[in-house]
Ligand binder design. Structure first.
Ligand code: PLP
Length: 456
């Protein structure tokens, strides 16, 4: 739908403002003044099931007339406005957002303080290249070291780039600082680390590697929890072990506490660096600033992106002091990384998180959401398990969930999957109990309708 339709009717913006006002002031589920998309299992809705994002084609989404590569299968919804936990489409339909732009809009949509700081910076100076000092970047880095075990930070623009920087730092540290021939990175099956050549090679899922041969050398993947395989894989060329604390894309599996402690000890004993990929789990998502903080360990290197700038593109690679000298001038760089506008967004995100105690709130709301889900679905055989940490939650089902995502959209609830059978919920970290109650009720309706229809 073209932008001009929005202007013609003037509806979405108007509805958005009213809707947001009524939602927060009344706190009542039915208070939206916007038309609610009608829920139906038939094909009479514009949001019918043809929109399966894993499907090969959907009319209008990936047609040959688009000037975009068809590398994304897109839902046929045109979102035009966001405020807090809510999104509006170009028809004025309102959606409760339990995906947060894939764990990015962690403070909700258009968070006030971030918006104000970014606007102020836009009035001053947009871009300074990294040949100059950038005070905003210094402040953002300092703040990140204050809430984590890191001492030094490198800013880039995405999660994959942050992981690339981590891999490069590990190799360079061993080869230039320690004078060893260590270069190999060991990762785990079902992990996800990004889409660049190095990070897709590190990723423990075949589907992201398909057709991209040859892959870079120097990576090994072992089954998670297979200590023998891990010990056998570690050798004189091993530079680092890299893992996520919750395998998010891989199905929302929080990694076992004892295993992580054993792994950290093994790395230390073998002179191997431990890299934690916190691209999805970091910045409060799991109820701590960074998910490794649940485990009583300190990684040598960890990465962040997604929620770090509340929706502006940013990534960070963070490391302990002894790794500082591995990245001497000229060794690694990013043109945009940590520019004043992005750094302002990171600072404002961190300030908001501190002031509003966002990690604690995420922890509390995560416990509430899991308990509500467990209670709601305890007698529903289709739902097999609810698991997760903080507000990164997976619902393992007895069958494929792609159609449930589409039905959720028709009902007005947005969420994603994590593999074929797992529903993944990623609400913003300021989510309220009222938001959660509404989302759980909608999800219960959708799953009941789906299982009734499918006879499950
Ligand atoms: C999203 C994600 C990435 C990749 O981040 P991009 O910003 O898309 O490059 C890497 N690792 C994990 C764990 C992620 O969730």
């Amino acid at each position: 739908m073209a932008q001009s339709d929005v202007k013609e009717t003037g509806k979405p913006a108007e509805t958005a403002a009213n809707g947001a006002g009524s939602a927060s002031s009344t706190g009542s589920p039915g208070a939206s003044t916007s038309p609610s998309p009608s829920f139906s299992l038939g094909a009479n809705s514009s949001l019918s099931a043809s929109s399966n994002p894993n499907g090969s084609s959907s009319p209008g989404a990936n047609s040959g007339s688009s000037a975009l590569f068809p590398s994304y299968a897109r839902y046929p919804i045109h979102l035009v406005k966001g405020q807090g936990s809510w999104l509006w489409d170009d028809k004025g339909n309102r959606y409760l957002d339990f995906m947060s732009g894939l764990a990015v809009a962690n403070l909700g949509h258009a968070p006030e303080k971030v918006k104000a700081k970014v606007k102020a910076q836009l009035d001053e100076l947009w871009h300074v290249c990294n040949l100059f000092h950038i005070p905003q970047q210094e402040t953002a880095a300092r703040m990140l070291t204050e809430v984590s075990c890191a001492d030094v930070v490198f800013f880039c623009n995405s999660g994959a780039e942050a992981n690339e920087a981590a891999i490069k730092l590990a190799r360079r540290y061993h080869q230039k600082v320690k004078g060893t021939e260590r270069y190999e990175i060991i990762t785990f099956e079902q992990s996800f680390h990004g889409r660049t050549l190095a990070t897709l090679t590190a990723t423990g899922q075949q589907k992201v590697k398909d057709g991209f041969l040859p892959l870079p050398a120097g990576f090994k993947t072992v089954p998670l929890y297979d200590m023998d395989a891990l010990k056998a894989a570690i050798g004189p060329h091993t530079a680092a072990v890299m893992l996520e604390m919750v395998q998010a894309e891989g199905g929302v599996y929080p990694v076992d506490h004892g295993f992580v402690q054993e792994l950290a000890a093994l790395c230390r004993e073998q002179g191997v660096l431990l890299i934690i990929d916190e691209v999805q789990t970091g910045m409060g998502r799991t109820g701590k600033w960074f998910a490794y903080q649940h485990y009583g360990i300190e990684p040598d290197i960890f990465t962040s992106a997604k929620g770090i700038a509340s929706g502006l593109p940013a990534g960070a690679m963070l490391a302990k002091e002894y790794l500082r000298e591995a990245f001497t001038p000229g060794t690694h760089a990013s043109t945009f990384g940590g520019n004043p506008v992005i750094a302002a967004a990171i600072i404002a995100t961190l300030e908001t998180m501190k002031e509003e105690r966002i990690p604690e709130h995420a922890d509390e709301m995560g416990r509430y959401l899991i308990s509500r889900l467990e209670k709601t679905f305890q007698a529903v055989p289709f739902v097999k398990e609810v698991r997760g940490k903080g507000l990164l939650i997976g619902i393992e089902c007895a069958g494929p969930v792609a159609d449930i995502v589409t039905l959720g959209q028709e009902k007005g609830l947005l969420f994603v999957t994590a593999g074929p059978n797992v529903i993944r919920l990623l609400p913003n970290l300021k989510v309220t109990k009222d938001d959660i109650d509404q989302a759980v009720a909608m999800l219960a309706d959708v799953i009941a309708a789906y299982t009734a229809k499918e006879g499950k």
